[in-house]
Design a protein around this ligand. Structure first.
Ligand code: ASP
Length: 356
């Protein structure tokens, strides 16, 4: 573990943050075959923070750092990565006032959503961040993202999993990566910002947060994701001309336990009864199947059009306006639990952490 340059020794661990570094562009350095995750992060982080203006440095909380091994490009993350992070936070939960997870941007919103389900009832901040350019690259967004994440992670009224990126604080279960290059890489299409950096101020909008809406007591659900970590939950986005045999190839596979369908618009699929038959057969076999829209905004209303009418009868659960990340990780979370199919279905339809 390493320490922040300022205030480091002044505080007990309950007053300190825990920074967990998992990899991602933010910590990458050029290697022969391209950018790869690089180590020595605690030292590099301390060095970078010491370049902030003195008044910003004085606002920094003390922190400890854990670096994962191996460090990964987040495209390699799996449900086991989500499980590991949740377990590490839960284990140290009472020892730190807040947590910052440093993560690659490619699957950052997936990890954030999964952590939210595993760490329900949080009474302190868990803030994920990353960057579009490495910490040491010229004009990188890394330092400002790190600084903002550290600042928001000290905010006692932030009591949920959030993403801080490019001056904005987003609900973890509501965020998507919307741009592959721009610094404003994340958006929250169906929920307002939880907070914002305006000038030197880090402003939280508490009425939008879970602390006001539904936190209750911490009720972590740390379940073993291993049985659903190897492709047991599939994600199928419809395309014009999709054929029943193609859907069947996924859904009837014995390894598949659940599926997220991304339908057209408000919840439509091609007018072909054989498609619905394939889906009904899978739900009849006890598979957990949910549907959201391919549109990044708006909700599904299954049955609003004749074209989507049979979905509810086929046993498909409405994912409402959930992001693909939130819906998929929720299916994983439900299927990993030793509860009945009926409870899995009921809990999927229930808002657990402001995700729908
Ligand atoms: N491929 C990188 C990752 O997700 C991209 C990034 O961090 O921006 O780890």
């Amino acid at each position: 573990m390493s320490q922040a340059p300022l205030l480091a020794d002044a505080q007990s661990s309950q007053e300190r943050l825990l920074v967990i570094y998992t990899g991602g562009t933010i910590g990458m350095q050029p290697q022969a075959n391209g950018l790869s995750p690089a180590g020595d992060f605690p030292e590099r982080l301390a060095r970078a923070l010491s370049q902030l203006p003195l008044r910003d440095q004085q606002m920094l909380p003390a922190y400890d750092v854990i670096s994962y091994s191996p460090l990964i490009d987040s495209s390699a993350a799996t449900p086991m990565t989500w499980q590991q992070l949740a377990a590490d936070i839960a284990e140290r939960f009472t020892e730190h006032r807040g947590f910052v997870v440093i993560h690659g941007t490619d699957t950052l919103s997936w990890t954030a959503a999964s952590l939210a389900y595993q760490l329900q009832g949080l009474d302190r901040p868990v803030v994920l961040t990353g960057a579009m350019a490495p910490l040491e690259a010229p004009n990188s967004d890394a330092l400002q993202n790190l600084y903002g994440a550290l600042r928001f992670a000290t905010h006692p009224e932030l009591q949920e999993v959030a993403i801080y990126f490019a001056n904005r604080l987003l609900r973890g279960t509501r965020a998507i990566k919307q741009h592959s290059e721009a610094v404003e890489a994340f958006s929250s299409p169906s929920y307002p910002l939880l907070g914002e950096r305006i000038g030197d101020d880090f402003i939280l909008f508490p009425s939008r947060g879970l602390s006001y809406q539904q936190r209750g007591a911490p009720r972590f659900e740390l379940v073993d994701y291993q049985p659903v970590a190897n492709g047991e939950v599939v994600r199928i986005t419809l395309w014009p001309g999709i054929a029943p045999w193609q859907l069947e190839a996924w859904l009837s596979h014995p390894n598949v336990k659940g599926a997220l369908l991304q339908l057209w618009g408000a919840g439509n699929l091609p007018d072909n009864p054989a498609l619905l038959e394939v889906i009904a057969k899978a739900t009849g076999e006890g598979k957990l199947i949910a549907a959201i829209s391919q549109c990044p905004q708006g909700r599904v209303h299954m049955g609003a059009y004749a074209a989507g009418h049979g979905l509810t009868d086929a046993g498909v659960l409405s994912g409402d306006d959930m992001t693909p990340e939130a819906a998929y990780t929720k299916l994983v979370h439900m299927l990993a639990q030793p509860i009945s199919l009926e409870d899995q279905r009921r809990r999927f339809l229930t808002t657990l952490v402001g995700e729908r």
